[in-house]
Write a protein that binds this ligand. Structure first.
Ligand code: CO
Length: 172
């Protein structure tokens, strides 16, 4: 297991296209374990492989990531996830391990149905609502090179991106 480096805005790697996973082997299982561990140490509830520079359609989510008791954690792994149904709208505050120093209100579908594969390559389906729905939509966006700040109103988006780019330059 390895703690992975997380790329942050405006790194162009976050805008790359990702590929579907076709080989379900030990290496894939190791990658998902490293992603989960990286997410836990970073204090996030979701992580897409692209955030660690791995251009594959892999997501990990654990809404109980903050629990100190490891036994209370609920890790989920989604390989090649695809939203097949969505309904309603909901607005909530989002943040991202790849977007430091900014959180913002984003509108998303309220409920979604996601088809995906588990780490063994078996087809799965999940009806998600509330936090799981929002988190899945956020992470699936990553797989398409989209960040949550891309959903902000145009003017606000420009301001935020300018500020974050300056901040990144100052820290470089
Ligand atoms: Co994110």
């Amino acid at each position: 297991m390895t703690i992975l480096e997380i790329y942050t805005f405006p790194d162009p790697i976050l805008r790359q296209k990702t590929e579907a996973v076709t080989i379900f082997n030990h290496e894939l299982a190791e990658t998902t374990q490293s992603m989960l561990e990286t997410m836990y140490v970073s204090g996030g509830i979701g992580l897409a492989a692209i955030q660690a520079g791995i251009l594959k359609q892999i997501i990990v989510i654990d809404l109980k990531s903050g629990e100190e008791e490891i036994s209370l954690r609920e890790p989920h792994v989604f390989i090649n996830p695809e939203i097949v149904k969505e309904s309603g709208t909901t607005v909530s505050e989002e943040g991202c391990l790849s977007v430091i120093e900014f959180r913002g209100e984003i509108e998303r579908a309220e409920k979604i149905t996601v088809e995906y594969q588990n780490v063994r390559g078996e087809a799965q389906k999940m009806d998600a609502e509330d936090m799981m729905s929002i988190c899945l939509q956020h992470e699936i966006d990553h797989l398409n090179g989209v960040l949550f700040i891309d959903h902000l109103p145009v003017l606000k988006q420009k301001m935020v991106k300018k500020r974050l780019t300056k901040l990144a330059k100052a820290e470089a």
